[in-house]
Design a protein around this ligand. Structure first.
Ligand SMILES: NC(=O)c1ccc[n+]([C@@H]2O[C@H](COP(=O)([O-])OP(=O)(O)OC[C@H]3O[C@@H](n4cnc5c(N)ncnc54)[C@H](O)[C@@H]3O)[C@@H](O)[C@H]2O)c1
Length: 329
């Protein structure tokens, strides 16, 4: 089998000045992609700007013989997204790949989740994916080719206390991923998502807060992963290299990517698919509140479940049950 390459494709990687995005940018560039390295270079909370991280990564790629452009637009505004895509088009003439990776944390208990901690997180993670992908979408439709990778999180898929803003933004990206997969299908555009687990400053900060919750005098929240202690995470941190997430993102960004609308969790070289399942459930055409109480175990039972690919398939399953039952009524 031959190695996978990008054959001059152009990739926009947001938040590529460090952490996971940096690894994505390096891997894509090393396989022939021309890469726009976007990053505002601020703090983990999104404060401040610094063109250093984006410029350094772009320079390092060029030093290694790759092609890269540094960009410091913020993904958190429509103007920023347009400016970023414009920079890519002006320099390279096309955008084939968008990796929405930029991220910030403003953890807070739900009581303390004021607009000040909610809006910036929604703006960067959720709206940022709209603001960057939309300007690139028209060109992808025209060229009948595109790859979009969104970055979600177990905090959104499964929930994590103290991260309602972040979890809601990340779960929202799942809906965006699945919807764009459907809209892009007729135009050769594939849209998928990854939920990474990697030792970056975001994970380090979350772990530090869990270790010293009292130190969060500003009411930023403490928990990072309700089911896993920091001690257990610490035992594995040296295995959680961001570079081990990059191959999955790179494959989803490649022409050969066989799927669209899917979510993969990846960390330390372990890759799995997340999916949304529907239990077989319970049906009663004269359903009452008490029926719900009395059949709750059956409703929740996971032994027989399906994974509907879209709302049409889910409704078809419902109609099958209704139709089957009425035939026998
Ligand atoms: N590390 C993990 O275990 C983990 C887990 C789940 C999800 N994620 C997600 O992975 C992505 C990458 O995070 P990371 O772990 O590499 O952390 P990171 O802090 O190293 O990287 C995030 C980057 O985004 C940049 N950024 C922030 N706001 C921006 C903006 N408005 N415009 C452009 N760039 C901006 C930052 O400057 C930073 O370089 C994030 O979306 C994060 O939520 C990470």
């Amino acid at each position: 089998m031959t190695d996978l390459g990008y054959d001059g494709r152009v990739a926009v990687v947001t938040g590529a000045g460090g952490g996971l995005g940096r690894e994505y940018a390096f891997l894509l560039a090393s396989r022939g992609a021309r890469v726009v390295v976007n990053d505002t270079g601020g703090s983990t909370g999104g404060e401040g700007v610094d063109d250093g991280p984006a410029c350094t990564v772009a320079r390092e790629i060029r030093d290694q013989g790759g092609e890269a452009l540094a960009d410091t637009h913020s993904v958190a505004t429509p103007e920023g997204g347009q400016g970023l895509v414009r920079a890519a088009l002006d320099t390279y003439g096309q955008v084939d790949i968008v990796i929405n990776n930029a991220g910030i944390l403003r953890d807070a208990a739900f009581d303390d989740t004021t607009a000040e901690v909610l809006d910036p997180v929604l703006d960067v993670h959720l709206k940022g994916a709209f603001f960057v992908t939309r300007p690139a979408w028209a060109g992808m439709q025209e060229q009948r080719y595109g790859r979009v990778i969104n970055t979600v999180s177990a905090a959104g898929l499964l929930g994590t206390a103290g991260k309602s803003n972040y979890g809601a933004a990340k779960a929202g990206l799942v809906g965006l991923t699945r919807t764009l997969a459907l809209e892009g299908a007729a135009h050769g555009i594939k849209v998928n998502a990854v939920a990474p687990i990697a030792l970056t400053r975001i994970l380090t900060q979350s772990m530090a807060k869990r270790e010293a919750p009292q130190a969060a005098a500003d009411h930023e929240a403490e928990p990072v992963a309700s089911a896993m202690t920091v001690d257990r995470m610490r035992a594995f941190v040296d295995r959680l290299a961001p570079a081990l997430v990059a191959p999955v993102v790179a494959y989803l960004a490649h022409e050969d990517c066989p799927v669209s609308g899917e979510v993969y969790t990846v960390g330390a070289g372990q890759v799995s698919r997340f999916f949304i399942g529907r239990t077989k459930g319970y049906f009663n055409p004269a359903l009452t509140m008490e029926d719900v109480r009395d059949h709750f175990v059956e409703i929740s039972d996971q032994t027989e479940y399906t994974v509907p690919s879209d709302p049409g398939e889910e409704i078809a399953q419902l109609f099958k049950v209704i139709g089957g039952r009425s035939e026998h009524a």
